[in-house]
Design a binder for this molecule. Structure first.
Ligand code: UGA
Length: 434
Protein backbone atom coordinates (compact mmCIF):
# COMPACT_ATOMS: atom_id res chain seq x y z
CA UNK A 1 0.00 0.00 0.00
CA UNK A 2 0.98 3.65 -0.29
CA UNK A 3 1.02 4.83 3.29
CA UNK A 4 1.55 8.22 4.93
CA UNK A 5 2.35 8.23 8.64
CA UNK A 6 1.78 11.55 10.38
CA UNK A 7 3.96 12.13 13.44
CA UNK A 8 7.48 10.73 13.81
CA UNK A 9 7.40 10.11 17.56
CA UNK A 10 7.91 6.61 18.91
CA UNK A 11 4.77 5.09 17.48
CA UNK A 12 4.81 6.90 14.13
CA UNK A 13 8.47 6.35 13.35
CA UNK A 14 8.54 2.69 14.33
CA UNK A 15 5.27 2.00 12.47
CA UNK A 16 6.49 3.81 9.36
CA UNK A 17 9.79 1.95 9.30
CA UNK A 18 8.10 -1.41 9.92
CA UNK A 19 5.40 -0.88 7.27
CA UNK A 20 8.20 -0.09 4.79
CA UNK A 21 10.03 -3.24 5.92
CA UNK A 22 6.84 -5.19 5.15
CA UNK A 23 7.00 -3.99 1.53
CA UNK A 24 4.79 -0.89 1.59
CA UNK A 25 5.68 2.51 0.20
CA UNK A 26 5.83 4.81 3.25
CA UNK A 27 6.12 8.57 3.68
CA UNK A 28 6.65 9.79 7.25
CA UNK A 29 5.52 13.35 7.91
CA UNK A 30 6.41 15.66 10.76
CA UNK A 31 5.93 19.38 11.32
CA UNK A 32 9.39 19.68 12.88
CA UNK A 33 11.87 20.43 10.06
CA UNK A 34 14.88 19.67 12.28
CA UNK A 35 13.56 16.19 12.96
CA UNK A 36 12.92 15.59 9.27
CA UNK A 37 16.42 16.84 8.38
CA UNK A 38 17.90 14.49 10.96
CA UNK A 39 15.88 11.54 9.61
CA UNK A 40 16.82 12.38 6.02
CA UNK A 41 20.48 12.48 7.09
CA UNK A 42 20.17 8.93 8.46
CA UNK A 43 19.76 9.93 12.12
CA UNK A 44 17.05 8.82 14.55
CA UNK A 45 15.63 11.23 17.16
CA UNK A 46 15.03 8.47 19.75
CA UNK A 47 17.10 5.65 21.20
CA UNK A 48 15.52 2.41 20.04
CA UNK A 49 17.66 -0.68 19.41
CA UNK A 50 17.74 -1.63 15.70
CA UNK A 51 15.59 1.24 14.44
CA UNK A 52 18.36 3.26 12.81
CA UNK A 53 19.60 0.32 10.77
CA UNK A 54 16.10 -0.73 9.66
CA UNK A 55 15.22 2.85 8.68
CA UNK A 56 18.45 3.21 6.69
CA UNK A 57 17.91 -0.07 4.83
CA UNK A 58 14.38 0.93 3.81
CA UNK A 59 15.41 4.44 2.82
CA UNK A 60 18.14 3.04 0.58
CA UNK A 61 15.62 0.58 -0.89
CA UNK A 62 13.42 3.56 -1.78
CA UNK A 63 10.48 2.37 0.36
CA UNK A 64 10.72 5.02 3.08
CA UNK A 65 10.97 8.80 2.94
CA UNK A 66 10.62 11.72 5.36
CA UNK A 67 9.05 15.10 4.72
CA UNK A 68 7.33 18.09 6.28
CA UNK A 69 4.97 18.30 3.28
CA UNK A 70 1.78 16.72 4.64
CA UNK A 71 -0.34 17.77 1.67
CA UNK A 72 1.79 16.09 -0.96
CA UNK A 73 2.22 12.95 1.17
CA UNK A 74 -1.52 12.58 1.75
CA UNK A 75 -2.29 13.02 -1.94
CA UNK A 76 0.09 10.20 -2.84
CA UNK A 77 -1.29 7.72 -0.27
CA UNK A 78 -4.31 5.40 0.13
CA UNK A 79 -3.84 4.95 3.86
CA UNK A 80 -3.09 7.79 6.28
CA UNK A 81 -1.90 6.67 9.70
CA UNK A 82 -2.18 9.33 12.38
CA UNK A 83 0.38 8.90 15.15
CA UNK A 84 0.73 12.37 16.64
CA UNK A 85 1.07 12.84 20.40
CA UNK A 86 -1.85 13.04 22.81
CA UNK A 87 0.03 14.30 25.89
CA UNK A 88 -1.84 14.77 29.16
CA UNK A 89 -3.42 18.10 30.06
CA UNK A 90 -3.02 19.24 33.69
CA UNK A 91 -6.43 17.62 34.37
CA UNK A 92 -5.12 14.22 33.21
CA UNK A 93 -7.26 14.31 30.07
CA UNK A 94 -5.61 13.66 26.72
CA UNK A 95 -4.76 16.81 24.79
CA UNK A 96 -6.39 16.33 21.38
CA UNK A 97 -5.26 19.63 19.86
CA UNK A 98 -2.50 18.05 17.73
CA UNK A 99 -4.64 15.22 16.43
CA UNK A 100 -7.51 17.55 15.55
CA UNK A 101 -5.09 19.79 13.70
CA UNK A 102 -3.72 16.78 11.80
CA UNK A 103 -7.27 15.67 10.86
CA UNK A 104 -8.07 19.10 9.44
CA UNK A 105 -4.84 19.21 7.47
CA UNK A 106 -5.55 15.75 6.05
CA UNK A 107 -9.07 16.84 5.09
CA UNK A 108 -7.70 19.90 3.29
CA UNK A 109 -5.23 17.77 1.34
CA UNK A 110 -7.63 14.97 0.26
CA UNK A 111 -7.82 14.24 -3.47
CA UNK A 112 -9.86 11.01 -3.42
CA UNK A 113 -10.91 8.09 -1.17
CA UNK A 114 -8.55 7.37 1.75
CA UNK A 115 -8.53 5.25 4.87
CA UNK A 116 -7.67 7.34 7.93
CA UNK A 117 -6.30 5.12 10.71
CA UNK A 118 -5.60 6.58 14.14
CA UNK A 119 -2.76 4.95 16.06
CA UNK A 120 -2.49 7.67 18.70
CA UNK A 121 -4.12 6.69 21.99
CA UNK A 122 -7.39 8.65 22.07
CA UNK A 123 -10.45 8.73 24.33
CA UNK A 124 -13.46 6.71 23.28
CA UNK A 125 -15.44 8.61 20.67
CA UNK A 126 -12.46 10.59 19.31
CA UNK A 127 -12.31 8.79 15.95
CA UNK A 128 -15.96 9.65 15.37
CA UNK A 129 -15.32 13.24 16.34
CA UNK A 130 -12.33 13.51 14.02
CA UNK A 131 -14.49 12.02 11.24
CA UNK A 132 -17.13 14.74 11.73
CA UNK A 133 -14.44 17.43 11.82
CA UNK A 134 -13.08 16.17 8.52
CA UNK A 135 -16.51 15.88 6.90
CA UNK A 136 -17.06 19.52 7.79
CA UNK A 137 -13.95 20.36 5.73
CA UNK A 138 -14.00 18.01 2.74
CA UNK A 139 -16.53 16.30 0.47
CA UNK A 140 -13.98 13.58 -0.35
CA UNK A 141 -14.89 10.06 0.83
CA UNK A 142 -12.92 8.35 3.60
CA UNK A 143 -13.26 5.68 6.27
CA UNK A 144 -12.03 5.99 9.85
CA UNK A 145 -10.17 3.15 11.52
CA UNK A 146 -9.03 2.90 15.12
CA UNK A 147 -5.71 1.04 15.01
CA UNK A 148 -4.34 1.08 18.57
CA UNK A 149 -0.64 0.46 19.08
CA UNK A 150 0.78 -1.92 21.69
CA UNK A 151 4.53 -1.61 21.12
CA UNK A 152 6.89 -1.18 24.05
CA UNK A 153 9.81 1.19 24.00
CA UNK A 154 13.07 -0.74 23.88
CA UNK A 155 11.52 -3.65 21.95
CA UNK A 156 9.44 -1.60 19.54
CA UNK A 157 10.51 -3.31 16.29
CA UNK A 158 10.03 -6.81 17.64
CA UNK A 159 6.63 -5.82 19.07
CA UNK A 160 5.53 -4.24 15.78
CA UNK A 161 6.68 -7.04 13.50
CA UNK A 162 5.60 -9.83 15.88
CA UNK A 163 2.61 -8.45 17.81
CA UNK A 164 0.47 -10.55 20.17
CA UNK A 165 -2.57 -9.15 18.37
CA UNK A 166 -3.74 -6.46 16.00
CA UNK A 167 -6.90 -4.56 16.83
CA UNK A 168 -8.85 -2.96 14.00
CA UNK A 169 -11.80 -0.79 14.98
CA UNK A 170 -13.95 -0.10 11.92
CA UNK A 171 -17.48 0.75 10.82
CA UNK A 172 -17.01 -0.14 7.18
CA UNK A 173 -16.33 -3.86 6.47
CA UNK A 174 -14.45 -2.99 3.25
CA UNK A 175 -11.99 -0.71 5.04
CA UNK A 176 -11.66 -3.27 7.85
CA UNK A 177 -10.78 -5.96 5.29
CA UNK A 178 -8.07 -3.74 3.74
CA UNK A 179 -6.55 -3.30 7.22
CA UNK A 180 -6.77 -7.05 7.95
CA UNK A 181 -4.95 -7.69 4.66
CA UNK A 182 -2.21 -5.17 5.59
CA UNK A 183 -1.54 -6.91 8.91
CA UNK A 184 -2.29 -10.53 7.96
CA UNK A 185 1.33 -11.67 7.83
CA UNK A 186 2.08 -10.36 11.35
CA UNK A 187 -0.15 -12.48 13.60
CA UNK A 188 -3.03 -14.90 13.53
CA UNK A 189 -4.83 -12.74 16.08
CA UNK A 190 -6.28 -9.90 14.02
CA UNK A 191 -9.40 -8.77 15.84
CA UNK A 192 -11.97 -6.54 14.14
CA UNK A 193 -14.20 -4.57 16.49
CA UNK A 194 -16.35 -1.47 16.37
CA UNK A 195 -14.43 1.79 16.64
CA UNK A 196 -15.31 2.62 20.24
CA UNK A 197 -14.35 -0.84 21.49
CA UNK A 198 -10.97 -0.60 19.76
CA UNK A 199 -10.34 2.75 21.43
CA UNK A 200 -11.27 1.20 24.78
CA UNK A 201 -9.10 -1.91 24.28
CA UNK A 202 -5.99 0.28 24.30
CA UNK A 203 -6.86 2.01 27.58
CA UNK A 204 -8.12 -1.18 29.20
CA UNK A 205 -4.93 -3.04 28.28
CA UNK A 206 -2.59 -0.40 29.69
CA UNK A 207 -4.76 0.03 32.79
CA UNK A 208 -4.74 -3.72 33.38
CA UNK A 209 -0.94 -3.96 33.04
CA UNK A 210 -0.55 -1.00 35.40
CA UNK A 211 -2.88 -2.79 37.82
CA UNK A 212 -0.71 -5.91 37.74
CA UNK A 213 2.35 -3.81 38.60
CA UNK A 214 0.70 -1.94 41.48
CA UNK A 215 -0.74 -5.21 42.75
CA UNK A 216 2.62 -6.95 42.91
CA UNK A 217 4.19 -3.84 44.44
CA UNK A 218 1.67 -3.93 47.27
CA UNK A 219 2.32 -7.64 47.73
CA UNK A 220 6.03 -6.73 47.85
CA UNK A 221 5.42 -4.15 50.55
CA UNK A 222 3.58 -6.76 52.63
CA UNK A 223 6.33 -9.34 51.92
CA UNK A 224 8.85 -6.93 53.43
CA UNK A 225 6.85 -6.83 56.64
CA UNK A 226 6.13 -10.55 56.92
CA UNK A 227 9.56 -11.77 55.78
CA UNK A 228 8.51 -13.31 52.45
CA UNK A 229 10.24 -12.89 49.06
CA UNK A 230 8.10 -11.28 46.34
CA UNK A 231 10.16 -12.74 43.47
CA UNK A 232 9.35 -16.23 44.72
CA UNK A 233 5.72 -15.24 45.28
CA UNK A 234 5.46 -13.83 41.73
CA UNK A 235 7.02 -16.95 40.24
CA UNK A 236 4.63 -19.15 42.15
CA UNK A 237 1.67 -17.05 41.04
CA UNK A 238 2.80 -16.77 37.42
CA UNK A 239 2.63 -20.48 36.63
CA UNK A 240 -1.14 -20.21 36.98
CA UNK A 241 -2.17 -19.62 33.36
CA UNK A 242 -5.01 -17.40 34.50
CA UNK A 243 -2.49 -15.06 36.13
CA UNK A 244 0.57 -15.37 33.86
CA UNK A 245 4.17 -14.52 34.76
CA UNK A 246 4.57 -11.12 33.06
CA UNK A 247 4.22 -7.70 34.65
CA UNK A 248 4.70 -9.14 38.12
CA UNK A 249 8.14 -7.63 38.68
CA UNK A 250 8.04 -5.62 41.86
CA UNK A 251 10.07 -2.45 42.02
CA UNK A 252 9.70 1.30 42.37
CA UNK A 253 6.66 1.46 40.11
CA UNK A 254 5.87 2.17 36.50
CA UNK A 255 6.74 5.35 34.62
CA UNK A 256 7.09 6.37 31.00
CA UNK A 257 4.91 8.21 28.55
CA UNK A 258 2.10 5.65 28.48
CA UNK A 259 0.91 4.06 31.72
CA UNK A 260 0.80 7.27 33.80
CA UNK A 261 -0.91 9.18 30.97
CA UNK A 262 -3.36 6.46 29.97
CA UNK A 263 -4.42 5.54 33.51
CA UNK A 264 -5.17 9.21 34.27
CA UNK A 265 -7.02 9.58 30.98
CA UNK A 266 -9.17 6.50 31.62
CA UNK A 267 -10.10 7.79 35.07
CA UNK A 268 -11.19 11.02 33.35
CA UNK A 269 -13.06 9.19 30.58
CA UNK A 270 -15.00 7.24 33.24
CA UNK A 271 -15.62 10.44 35.20
CA UNK A 272 -17.18 12.09 32.17
CA UNK A 273 -19.88 9.40 32.15
CA UNK A 274 -20.36 9.65 35.93
CA UNK A 275 -18.39 6.52 36.74
CA UNK A 276 -15.72 6.53 39.39
CA UNK A 277 -13.00 4.02 38.46
CA UNK A 278 -12.04 3.32 42.08
CA UNK A 279 -9.70 0.42 41.34
CA UNK A 280 -7.68 2.42 38.84
CA UNK A 281 -7.47 5.40 41.18
CA UNK A 282 -5.85 3.11 43.75
CA UNK A 283 -3.48 1.70 41.13
CA UNK A 284 -2.26 5.24 40.39
CA UNK A 285 -2.01 6.11 44.09
CA UNK A 286 -0.03 2.96 44.90
CA UNK A 287 2.31 3.66 41.99
CA UNK A 288 2.86 7.23 43.06
CA UNK A 289 3.88 6.11 46.53
CA UNK A 290 5.98 3.13 45.48
CA UNK A 291 8.91 5.24 44.30
CA UNK A 292 9.35 6.46 47.88
CA UNK A 293 10.08 2.86 48.91
CA UNK A 294 13.72 3.72 48.15
CA UNK A 295 13.59 6.92 50.17
CA UNK A 296 11.98 5.16 53.14
CA UNK A 297 14.82 2.65 53.16
CA UNK A 298 17.42 5.41 53.08
CA UNK A 299 15.66 7.08 56.00
CA UNK A 300 15.68 3.85 58.00
CA UNK A 301 19.37 3.29 57.29
CA UNK A 302 20.34 6.84 58.24
CA UNK A 303 17.93 7.08 61.20
CA UNK A 304 15.91 9.77 59.44
CA UNK A 305 18.96 11.99 58.93
CA UNK A 306 19.47 12.35 55.19
CA UNK A 307 20.98 15.82 55.29
CA UNK A 308 24.66 15.95 54.31
CA UNK A 309 24.74 12.37 53.02
CA UNK A 310 25.95 11.54 49.51
CA UNK A 311 23.70 9.19 47.55
CA UNK A 312 24.64 7.66 44.19
CA UNK A 313 21.85 7.01 41.69
CA UNK A 314 22.17 4.36 38.99
CA UNK A 315 19.56 4.69 36.26
CA UNK A 316 17.47 7.67 35.17
CA UNK A 317 15.40 6.21 32.31
CA UNK A 318 11.91 4.95 33.22
CA UNK A 319 13.06 1.47 32.19
CA UNK A 320 16.14 -0.03 30.50
CA UNK A 321 16.90 0.10 26.75
CA UNK A 322 15.37 3.51 26.28
CA UNK A 323 16.50 7.11 26.71
CA UNK A 324 12.96 8.10 27.67
CA UNK A 325 12.76 9.77 31.08
CA UNK A 326 9.16 10.95 30.97
CA UNK A 327 7.51 10.23 34.33
CA UNK A 328 10.57 8.30 35.40
CA UNK A 329 10.54 7.56 39.16
CA UNK A 330 14.09 8.96 39.25
CA UNK A 331 12.75 12.51 38.75
CA UNK A 332 10.86 12.57 42.04
CA UNK A 333 13.36 10.47 43.95
CA UNK A 334 16.24 12.80 43.08
CA UNK A 335 14.13 15.90 43.76
CA UNK A 336 13.18 14.55 47.18
CA UNK A 337 16.81 13.81 48.02
CA UNK A 338 17.94 17.29 46.97
CA UNK A 339 15.10 18.87 48.95
CA UNK A 340 16.37 17.03 52.00
CA UNK A 341 19.95 18.24 51.72
CA UNK A 342 21.39 15.10 50.12
CA UNK A 343 24.31 15.34 47.68
CA UNK A 344 23.23 13.36 44.62
CA UNK A 345 25.60 11.74 42.11
CA UNK A 346 23.76 10.30 39.10
CA UNK A 347 24.39 8.25 35.99
CA UNK A 348 22.48 6.48 33.21
CA UNK A 349 24.05 4.69 30.22
CA UNK A 350 21.89 6.51 27.62
CA UNK A 351 19.31 8.78 29.25
CA UNK A 352 21.61 11.40 30.85
CA UNK A 353 21.02 14.15 28.27
CA UNK A 354 17.23 13.75 28.28
CA UNK A 355 17.13 13.60 32.06
CA UNK A 356 19.20 16.74 32.49
CA UNK A 357 16.97 18.60 30.04
CA UNK A 358 13.73 17.48 31.69
CA UNK A 359 14.95 17.76 35.27
CA UNK A 360 16.36 21.16 34.43
CA UNK A 361 17.74 21.92 37.88
CA UNK A 362 21.17 22.40 39.34
CA UNK A 363 22.53 20.48 42.26
CA UNK A 364 23.14 17.01 40.86
CA UNK A 365 26.66 15.75 40.16
CA UNK A 366 26.35 14.07 36.74
CA UNK A 367 28.82 11.21 36.33
CA UNK A 368 30.30 9.38 33.35
CA UNK A 369 30.22 5.80 34.54
CA UNK A 370 28.71 3.43 37.11
CA UNK A 371 31.74 3.12 39.35
CA UNK A 372 32.55 6.83 39.16
CA UNK A 373 29.00 7.56 40.37
CA UNK A 374 29.45 5.38 43.41
CA UNK A 375 32.74 7.05 44.37
CA UNK A 376 32.61 8.17 48.01
CA UNK A 377 28.83 7.76 48.35
CA UNK A 378 27.15 6.82 51.63
CA UNK A 379 24.66 4.67 49.73
CA UNK A 380 23.89 3.59 46.18
CA UNK A 381 20.34 3.34 44.78
CA UNK A 382 19.67 1.36 41.60
CA UNK A 383 16.58 2.79 39.90
CA UNK A 384 16.74 1.33 36.36
CA UNK A 385 17.75 -2.25 35.64
CA UNK A 386 20.31 -1.68 32.86
CA UNK A 387 22.49 -4.74 32.13
CA UNK A 388 25.56 -2.59 32.83
CA UNK A 389 24.55 -2.38 36.49
CA UNK A 390 23.64 -6.06 36.81
CA UNK A 391 27.04 -7.02 35.41
CA UNK A 392 29.11 -4.79 37.71
CA UNK A 393 31.85 -6.32 39.83
CA UNK A 394 30.36 -5.94 43.32
CA UNK A 395 33.77 -6.44 44.95
CA UNK A 396 35.14 -3.44 43.09
CA UNK A 397 31.97 -1.44 43.70
CA UNK A 398 32.34 -1.99 47.42
CA UNK A 399 35.82 -0.49 47.41
CA UNK A 400 34.70 2.81 45.86
CA UNK A 401 31.64 3.41 48.05
CA UNK A 402 32.17 5.15 51.39
CA UNK A 403 29.71 2.73 52.98
CA UNK A 404 28.70 -0.55 51.29
CA UNK A 405 24.98 0.19 51.22
CA UNK A 406 23.06 -0.87 48.13
CA UNK A 407 19.35 -0.20 47.65
CA UNK A 408 18.17 -2.14 44.64
CA UNK A 409 14.89 -0.62 43.46
CA UNK A 410 14.48 -3.23 40.70
CA UNK A 411 15.54 -6.47 42.41
CA UNK A 412 18.47 -6.93 40.03
CA UNK A 413 20.88 -8.72 42.38
CA UNK A 414 20.55 -12.13 43.96
CA UNK A 415 21.82 -13.31 47.31
CA UNK A 416 24.59 -15.33 45.66
CA UNK A 417 25.93 -12.17 43.93
CA UNK A 418 26.58 -10.68 47.35
CA UNK A 419 28.46 -13.61 48.86
CA UNK A 420 31.93 -12.56 49.94
CA UNK A 421 31.01 -8.86 50.02
CA UNK A 422 30.13 -6.68 52.98
CA UNK A 423 27.12 -5.09 51.33
CA UNK A 424 24.13 -4.08 53.36
CA UNK A 425 21.57 -4.84 50.69
CA UNK A 426 17.95 -3.76 50.48
CA UNK A 427 15.65 -4.58 47.59
CA UNK A 428 11.87 -4.42 47.08
CA UNK A 429 9.75 -7.08 48.73
CA UNK A 430 12.65 -9.32 49.62
CA UNK A 431 14.45 -9.78 52.94
CA UNK A 432 17.34 -7.37 53.41
CA UNK A 433 20.84 -8.84 53.57
CA UNK A 434 23.70 -7.68 55.76
C1 UGA B 1 3.55 0.23 27.56
C2 UGA B 1 2.84 -1.08 27.16
O1 UGA B 1 3.56 -2.21 27.65
C3 UGA B 1 2.73 -1.19 25.63
O2 UGA B 1 1.97 -2.35 25.29
C4 UGA B 1 1.99 0.05 25.11
O3 UGA B 1 1.93 0.05 23.69
C5 UGA B 1 2.75 1.30 25.54
O4 UGA B 1 2.85 1.33 26.98
C6 UGA B 1 1.98 2.48 25.03
O5 UGA B 1 0.85 2.69 25.49
O6 UGA B 1 2.43 3.13 24.08
P1 UGA B 1 6.13 1.01 27.66
O7 UGA B 1 5.61 2.22 28.38
O8 UGA B 1 7.09 1.18 26.55
O9 UGA B 1 4.88 0.17 27.04
O10 UGA B 1 6.86 0.13 28.74
P2 UGA B 1 6.59 -1.21 29.58
O11 UGA B 1 7.62 -2.19 29.18
O12 UGA B 1 5.18 -1.63 29.52
O13 UGA B 1 6.94 -0.69 31.04
C7 UGA B 1 6.20 0.34 31.65
C8 UGA B 1 6.68 0.58 33.06
O14 UGA B 1 6.29 -0.50 33.91
C9 UGA B 1 8.20 0.71 33.23
O15 UGA B 1 8.46 1.79 34.10
C10 UGA B 1 8.62 -0.60 33.85
O16 UGA B 1 9.77 -0.46 34.65
C11 UGA B 1 7.39 -0.94 34.68
N1 UGA B 1 7.22 -2.38 34.95
C12 UGA B 1 6.93 -3.23 33.93
C13 UGA B 1 7.32 -2.84 36.25
O17 UGA B 1 7.57 -2.08 37.20
N2 UGA B 1 7.13 -4.19 36.48
C14 UGA B 1 6.83 -5.05 35.50
O18 UGA B 1 6.66 -6.27 35.79
C15 UGA B 1 6.73 -4.57 34.18
Amino acid sequence: MNITVIGTGYVGLVSGVCFAELGNQVICVDKDPEKIDLLNAGGIPIYEPGLKELAAANRVAGKLSFTTDLRNAVRRSDLIIVAVGTPPLPSGEANLAYIEQAALEIADAMNGYKIIAVKSTVPVGTNERLGSLMRGRTGMPFDSISLPEFLREGSAIQDTLHPDRIIIGADNPGAAEAMVELHRSLTEHVVVTDIRSAEMIKYASNAFLATKISFINEIANICEKVGADVTQVAEGMGYDKRIGPSFLKAGIGYGGSCFPKDTSALIQIAGHVDYEFKLLRSVVEVNQDQRFNVIRKLETIFNGELKGKTVAIWGLAFKPNTDDVRDSPALEIIQHLLDNGVKVRAYDPVAMANFRTLFGKEGVIWCDGALETAQGADALCLLTEWDEFAEIDLGELQTVLKRPILIDGRNVFKEENLIGTEFIYYSVGRPSLN
